[in-house]
Design a protein around this ligand. Structure first.
Ligand code: B16
Ligand code: MG
Length: 215
């Protein structure tokens, strides 16, 4: 490879920790209360997508039209349910292979960062005991354009002090694969993105891959 990988930027939800079910349960509770049909198939479309864009997808099935103020209230209500749920996450909720992968990279002197759309990233990292572990954290609080825009990954690379071509992104969402490529980075697709033909590398999970083989 022309450019060595000097930093690896990890998406959070679906790559490091499984918060997907918490997102689903929180949206489901809100949708049920509003009488809006919502199931796990629709939930798949929310992967890696920002909070307000997720709400817009859910409201496609709503019978009434919501004002902007009502939409803000729905998103805030869902987030309240979600924050309550992620309050019981522990380091045991980390996905298989994630911690070993982080340790391997550390040992090799490769920088590690988070690049997540989630504005709850600080809470999640604290819950799993990794709030001071990463060299840089770029999250939904620091960006104005969500994936597939590359902003969050470009910010992570910048915080690491690295050029995009020296970074590898690990993503589970198609929107994140697009974002990494748009930012000029290589991308490893895991989970839901393992079958994305645009991902340069693929693995079912980090447990199925020796990360040093894709550096
Ligand atoms: P929040 P990631 C994403 O996290 C989730 O995959 C997506 O489902 C969620 O809507 C988004 O964060 C925003 O989350 O409501 O907590 O700000 O995959 O980019 O780590
Ligand atoms: Mg994700």
């Amino acid at each position: 490879m022309d450019h060595p990988v000097l930093g690896v930027i990890f998406d959070l939800d679906g790559v490091i920790v499984s918060t997907d079910n918490c997102h689903y349960l929180a949206w489901k509770k809100m949708a049920d209360e509003e009488g809006i049909p919502f199931d796990r198939t629709i939930n798949e479309r929310l992967r890696g997508v920002s909070r307000m864009e997720s709400l817009a997808i859910i409201l496609e099935k709503a019978e009434k039209t919501y004002t902007d103020a009502e939409k803000d209230a729905l998103a805030a209500r869902k987030n309240g349910y979600y924050v309550e749920l992620i309050g019981s996450l522990t380091p045991e909720d980390m996905l298989l292979g994630a911690m070993d992968t982080l340790r391997t990279l550390r040992e090799k002197g490769i920088k590690i960062a988070i690049g997540s759309s989630s504005r709850n990233t600080p809470i999640i990292l604290r819950q799993i005991g990794l709030d001071t572990y990463f060299d840089a954290v770029a999250d939904g609080n620091a960006i104005s354009r969500s994936k597939p825009d590359p902003e969050v990954f470009l910010l992570a690379a910048d915080l690491l002090g690295l050029a995009p071509e020296n970074c590898l992104v690990v993503e589970d969402a198609d929107a994140g694969v697009e974002a990494a490529l748009a930012g000029g980075m290589r991308v490893l697709g895991v989970g839901g993105a393992a079958k994305n033909p645009k991902a340069i590398f693929a693995a079912e999970s980090l447990a199925q891959l020796d990360i040093t083989t894709v550096l």
